[in-house]
Design a protein around this ligand. Structure first.
Ligand SMILES: *[C@@H]1O[C@H](CO)[C@@H](O)[C@H](O)[C@H]1NC(C)=O
Ligand SMILES: *[C@@H]1O[C@H](CO)[C@@H](O)[C@H](O)[C@H]1NC(C)=O
Ligand SMILES: *[C@@H]1O[C@H](CO)[C@@H](O)[C@H](O)[C@H]1NC(C)=O
Ligand SMILES: *[C@@H]1O[C@H](CO)[C@@H](O)[C@H](O)[C@H]1NC(C)=O
Ligand SMILES: *[C@@H]1O[C@H](CO)[C@@H](O)[C@H](O)[C@H]1NC(C)=O
Ligand SMILES: *[C@@H]1O[C@H](CO)[C@@H](O)[C@H](O)[C@H]1NC(C)=O
Ligand SMILES: *[C@@H]1O[C@H](CO)[C@@H](O)[C@H](O)[C@H]1NC(C)=O
Ligand SMILES: *[C@@H]1O[C@H](CO)[C@@H](O)[C@H](O)[C@H]1NC(C)=O
Ligand SMILES: *[C@@H]1O[C@H](CO)[C@@H](O)[C@H](O)[C@H]1NC(C)=O
Length: 696
């Protein structure tokens, strides 16, 4: 009593503040009091209570769940005239005294879930619910382990009841778990059956005339008579994880048959029959739904394969479709009213590389979930025709970039790319996302991707930093450096400095390497040109002169190549010995070269038109540019025009030591015969004779 007074004082003191702790009733009791929108909520959940404390009379919501109450006293809540919600779930109640709820005339919501109450007049005295004239929601589920039917004369007092959660069991095929007392509940629309073991037949819902929502979570269906669900106007039908007894596969077919004659708005067939490895015959199901007006359809977790044709028959009325966690490999929908589509956890990766999932060219789609589909690329036009799209979930795939078109999605608010393989986004993707940033506050989730921190991605990282308000979660990204160390991006600035430094040395390196390569190339080219300079010049002049005059003839027997200092020797001795005595024709530049023609051309022509070339080698010959030119050209001529036959003949007019000869000449001297000019009368005769023989 004193405690109650103290409590009331506490409420006067603290009642108006947002949160006030109520002083302990016993030493270990600490209920929480919260005032929320003019509701006073007292929460004594999970405090190991077995005795009811006394509460102030203005409590609106009382949560006593997860305690140890085994029995309630008569008129326990007598003074709580304002109580609207009472939660006694998860206690050990096994009996309710007749006047347990006396005085709770405003109570709307009573939860007795998970106690030890039996469905009989022992646990639920006939008049126990009589005071609850305002009750709209009752939960008595997870109680009866042995007794099957809830005593309907007890429930018949709750004439305002709108929803009930209850256990239901029938043993005979012609029985109903909901007896005549339920006929009084003219507002009861929502039925949730837990611990469901039922025969379904025309009696089952006979006394529940106004039902529009049936939740059969994990129901064990013993038998099902055609027509049980047929002809009803349902807003909601939950067939999650049905189980069937005995004959496998017939019951689902019967239920589906009835669905074609039922108008339901929401149909939940999550994991339907999967527990027993019964596969939903999807084509059959969809044909049954084709003409219904179902708007929300869950067909997730059914392990089902769907042919393209059957998907096309899904009702056009659909607005919300969940096909997640099946094994779909292809999908083409044409539902113009569809707003929400969950395709998470299928195998659409291959299909979506090439095709769109949507056939109709414009839809109202606002959210598409494609997470977990092994997608590494998407067809570019994948989201075309979805101008209202707000959410795209592509998480847990293997994407490396955004290769699909987003530019038209002006309403996009969320792009989830988390847990993919994106190391950076390409400039193209950045450009198209920038377009969206201009029009909408798009958030992008890139977490659980390992971003690349290197010079190549510097632009991408800069862009990310500039738009960090568009990325969620902010600054919670990992970055991989070129040395393979992975760092958290806590501070973009810090990272940038590092990368910028790295990039500078990178740039310097690139420039150095380029210069080195250029230098090497130049040296090589110069070397090659030098090495083949004579060949190149020879070919050049040959092509040039060939172009002009295409005749090749042995017009001369020999071309004499000499330096100016040996002019007298050539003009006098050579002409005399060759032309006058030997009857040979010589080509001598002073006499035979065409005036006006380029010297180099004249030389090449002369060598080309002579059978042999005789070089009068002296020191001035070796020093003279044109003499050496003639020598080299003759060498080339023998290689390229005379099939390697030697046409060169050296006459040493002076004594020259081998050291003084250039390498190319030394080679020839060693390989071929040469002749020295003897400078005495006797020898000269032999010399000329030999020379004549050589050029014959
Ligand atoms: C009471 O607190 C528990 C957690 O201790 C919470 O789960 C429950 O929702 C609360 N009840 C109400 C009515 O707020
Ligand atoms: C509760 O009250 C009823 C009659 O009002 C009485 O029959 C019953 O024995 C009482 N139960 C307890 C536990 O006091
Ligand atoms: C008790 O029931 C009320 C209403 O049914 C609910 O809001 C509350 O969360 C429940 N408490 C617990 C712990 O389940
Ligand atoms: C249900 O069938 C049993 C026999 O199987 C019969 O004894 C019983 O009277 C029937 N009940 C109703 C309500 O038809
Ligand atoms: C649909 O339900 C109505 C009313 O129960 C019934 O008369 C009709 O035969 C049913 N049609 C089909 C195709 O089941
Ligand atoms: C889509 O389906 C997955 C898998 O069933 C589920 O986890 C996810 O919550 C669903 N998404 C939405 C938005 O309902
Ligand atoms: C596609 O759009 C065009 C005009 O944008 C329209 O004429 C055509 O009927 C549409 N086709 C479908 C199948 O909706
Ligand atoms: C981003 O994605 C990660 C991983 O999927 C997820 O844990 C996180 O909640 C997401 N963040 C936001 C803000 O949605
Ligand atoms: C790798 O490089 C980053 C940035 O240059 C540097 O911060 C980090 O210490 C390096 N890690 C190792 C193991 O060298």
């Amino acid at each position: 009593m004193e405690l109650t007074v103290l409590l009331v004082i506490m409420f006067i003191l603290y009642g108006n503040s947002e949160t006030a702790l109520v002083e302990p009733y016993n030493f270990h009791i600490e209920c929480t009091c919260i005032r929320n929108n003019h509701f006073l909520i007292t929460n004594c959940s999970n405090l190991e209570l077995s005795e009811l404390p006394t509460f102030p009379s203005n409590v609106n919501v009382l949560d006593l769940s997860f305690n140890r109450f085994g029995i309630l006293k008569n008129k326990s809540f007598d003074n709580l005239h304002q109580l609207i919600q009472l939660n006694l779930s998860d206690n050990q109640l096994f009996h309710l005294p007749r006047d347990a709820f006396y005085g709770l005339s405003r109570l709307q919501n009573l939860n007795l879930n998970s106690n030890n109450l039996k469905y009989d007049l022992e646990s639920f005295p006939k008049l126990v619910f009589q005071p609850l004239i305002s009750l709209t929601h009752l939960n008595v589920a997870h109680n009866s382990k042995h007794v099957d039917k809830f005593p309907d004369e007890v429930i018949s007092h709750l004439t305002n009841l709108r929803s009930i959660a209850i256990d239901a069991k029938t043993t005979e095929p012609n029985e109903t778990a909901f007896g005549k007392g339920f006929l009084q509940l003219i507002h009861l629309q929502t039925l949730t059956i837990h611990n469901c073991h039922l025969h379904f037949n025309s009696y089952t819902f006979e006394n529940l005339k106004y039902l529009n929502s049936i939740d059969l979570y994990r129901c064990l269906i013993r038998t099902y008579t055609y027509g049980t669900l047929s002809g009803r106007h349902l807003k909601f039908l939950n067939l999650v994880r049905l189980r069937e007894q005995a004959v496998h596969g017939i019951i689902p077919k019967s239920i589906m048959h009835d669905l074609s004659n039922t108008t339901e708005e929401t149909l939940i067939m999550t994991k339907m029959f999967v527990d027993q490895n019964i596969h939903v015959d999807l084509d059959y199901l969809i044909r049954k739904l084709e003409n219904t007006a179902v708007q929300t359809l869950y067909l997730n977790r059914n392990n089902m394969y769907m042919s393209e044709n059957s998907v096309r028959l899904l009702p056009k009325s659909l607005m919300f479709l969940d096909l997640s966690n099946n094994v779909l490999e292809a999908l083409v929908i044409s539902m113009p009213n569809l707003i929400f589509l969950n395709l998470t956890g299928n195998k659409l990766g291959n299909f979506l590389q090439r095709y769109r999932y949507c056939r109709s060219n414009i839809t109202k789609l606002k959210a598409i979930y494609l997470s977990d589909n092994a997608i590494d690329r998407l067809v570019v036009s994948i989201f075309h025709g979805h101008p209202l799209l707000e959410v795209i979930d592509l998480s847990r795939n293997t994407l490396t970039d955004i290769n699909f078109d987003l530019t038209h999605l002006h309403n996009l608010k969320m792009l989830d790319l988390s847990s993919n393989r994106i190391s950076s986004l390409s400039p193209m993707s950045i450009k198209s996302i920038n377009e969206i940033f201009k029009k909408s506050d798009l958030k992008i989730n890139l977490s659980k991707n390992v971003l690349q921190c290197s010079c190549d991605t510097y632009q991408f990282l800069t862009w990310m930093a500039e738009n960090s308000n568009h990325f969620i979660p902010r600054n919670d990204y990992k970055c991989k450096f070129s040395n393979c160390s992975i760092l958290e991006i806590q501070q973009f600035k810090h990272i940038f400095l590092q990368i910028a430094r790295e990039c500078e040395s990178h740039a310097v390196l690139i420039i150095c390497i380029s210069i080195a390569i250029f230098a090497m190339l130049t040296v090589t080219i110069v070397g090659l040109v030098y090495r083949y300079r004579w060949r190149i010049r020879y070919l050049y002049y040959m092509t040039k002169s060939k172009y002009k005059q295409n005749k090749h003839s042995d017009s001369y027997d020999a071309f004499i190549s000499y330096a100016d200092s040996e002019r007298d020797f050539v003009l006098k001795d050579c002409i005399e010995n060759f032309e006058q005595h030997g009857n040979k024709t010589l080509c001598i530049h002073q006499r035979d070269f065409l005036p006006g023609e380029e010297i180099a051309n004249n030389i090449t022509n002369a060598i080309h038109e002579s059978r042999k070339t005789i070089c009068i080698v002296t020191r001035s010959f070796l020093d003279s540019y044109y003499c050496m030119f003639e020598y080299n050209m003759a060498r080339m001529e023998s290689i390229y025009s005379r099939n390697g036959q030697n046409i060169l003949f050296l006459v040493f007019y002076e004594q020259i030591r081998p050291k003084e000869l250039p390498l190319i000449m030394l080679e020839l001297v060693q390989q071929h015969s040469y002749i020295e000019y003897p400078h005495d009368e006797q020898g000269n005769i032999v010399f000329w004779a030999k020379l004549l023989e050589a050029i014959s």
